[in-house]
Design a protein around this ligand. Structure first.
Ligand SMILES: NC(=O)c1ccc[n+]([C@@H]2O[C@H](COP(=O)([O-])OP(=O)(O)OC[C@H]3O[C@@H](n4cnc5c(N)ncnc54)[C@H](O)[C@@H]3O)[C@@H](O)[C@H]2O)c1
Length: 265
C-alpha cells in the first residue's frame, strides 16, 4: 500500500474516476487540480496547483510515493496552452519528483496521439516509432522522453500509458479498436503499483478489443489482463451510424480525426 498517492487533474474525466476508485491504494490521497475539487473526504488532501507553476508543483509532489498524473491539456490546442500544461508541466513534475524526499512511482497519461499517423493496418508495440498527429501528440512524446530520461538518470520509475479512448463505452467505429473501459483502466493502475519492479514501460491503454491495433506482450510482467472488449458494443454503434468509408481518416489512420486537424494558432 502507498503512503501518499497524488492524483493530478482530479476534477477531469479520468482524474475523477481515479479519485473515486483508487482510495484502496494509499493511506492518504492527495487530489490536485487548478480549481473545483469540492470538499476533501476523510482520506484526502486537496492541493490547488497549476502545472506551469514550478514552486506549486514542487509543493504538490513533496512526500508522495505514488503519482497518477492525469492533469494536462487533453486535446489539440494552441502551443501556449500545450506548452504550459504538457511541456513545462512535465518538466516541473519530474524536477519535483527528483527533489522530493520520497521517490515516487509515476503513471503518465500518454496518448494514442503519440503514434497517430500509423495506418490502422499496422500492429504496434512499445518499440514502434512514434508518429505524433499534432502538437498535443508531440507533447505526449515529450512526456514519454522525460519519463525515460528521469528513469535512466535518477531511477524514477514511470509507466507511460498510451491511452486509447477511455470512456464509459465506445461511441464510434474507431473506438472499437481504441476503447479502454474504466474497469480495465483501474485494474492497470493497480497492477502498476503492485509490480515489484516497474522500470519505465510504454503500455497501450486499451481493453481486450478484438479489433485492437496494439500489442502489449512486452509488458506482460505487469500482469495486466484487461477484461472488456469493445466488440460487445459493435451492434449498437452500427445501429447508430454508418461505418466511415475506407478512405476516411477515421478509418485509415490510428489517430483518426486528429490527423486531419491543422495547427491551432
Ligand atoms: N480520456 C481519454 O480517453 C484519454 C485518451 C488519451 C490520453 N488521455 C490523457 O489522460 C489525461 C486525462 O484525460 P481526461 O480525458 O481526464 O482529460 P480532462 O480534460 O477531463 O482532464 C484534464 C485535467 O487536467 C487539468 N489541467 C489542464 N491544464 C492544466 C494545468 N496547466 N495545470 C493544472 N491542471 C491542468 C484540467 O483542468 C483537468 O482537470 C490527459 O493527460 C489526457 O491527455 C486521455
Amino acid at each position: 500500500m502507498l503512503n501518499k498517492l497524488l492524483i493530478t487533474g482530479a476534477n477531469g474525466g479520468l482524474g475523477s474516476v481515479c479519485r473515486e476508485r483508487l482510495t484502496h491504494l494509499a493511506k492518504t490521497v492527495r487530489v490536485s487540480a487548478r480549481k473545483d475539487l469540492g470538499n476533501a473526504a476523510a482520506h484526502e488532501e486537496i492541493v490547488y496547483c497549476d502545472l506551469a507553476d514550478k514552486d506549486a508543483v514542487e509543493a504538490m509532489v513533496h512526500g508522495c510515493d505514488g503519482i497518477v498524473h492525469m492533469g494536462g491539456q487533453a486535446t489539440e490546442a494552441n502551443w501556449d496552452t500545450i506548452r504550459a500544461a504538457n511541456i513545462d508541466g512535465m518538466f516541473n513534475l519530474y524536477e519535483a519528483a527528483r527533489k522530493s524526499p520520497v521517490t515516487p512511482r509515476i503513471i503518465f497519461a500518454s496518448s494514442n496521439h503519440a503514434i497517430g499517423f500509423h495506418e490502422q493496418t499496422e500492429r504496434l508495440d512499445a518499440k514502434s516509432p512514434t508518429r505524433p498527429d499534432g502538437l498535443y501528440g508531440v507533447s505526449k512524446v515529450f512526456g514519454e522522453a522525460m519519463a525515460s530520461m528521469y528513469y535512466d538518470k535518477f531511477g524514477i520509475e514511470t509507466a507511460s500509458i498510451r491511452i486509447g479512448s477511455c470512456f464509459p463505452e465506445p461511441i464510434n467505429h474507431r473506438m472499437l479498436s481504441t476503447w479502454m473501459s474504466y474497469d480495465d483502466f483501474v485494474l492497470l493502475i493497480e497492477r502498476i503499483f503492485m509490480v515489484p519492479r516497474l522500470g519505465c514501460p510504454i503500455i497501450y491503454g486499451a481493453s481486450a478489443n478484438s479489433a485492437s491495433w496494439w500489442d502489449n506482450r512486452e509488458v506482460g510482467y505487469i500482469g495486466w489482463t484487461p477484461k472488456d472488449n469493445a466488440e460487445a458494443f459493435r451492434a449498437k454503434i452500427d445501429a447508430a451510424m454508418s461505418p466511415p468509408s475506407a478512405d476516411d481518416v477515421t478509418a485509415r489512420l490510428q489517430g483518426g480525426a486528429f490527423c486531419a486537424d491543422g495547427i491551432h494558432e
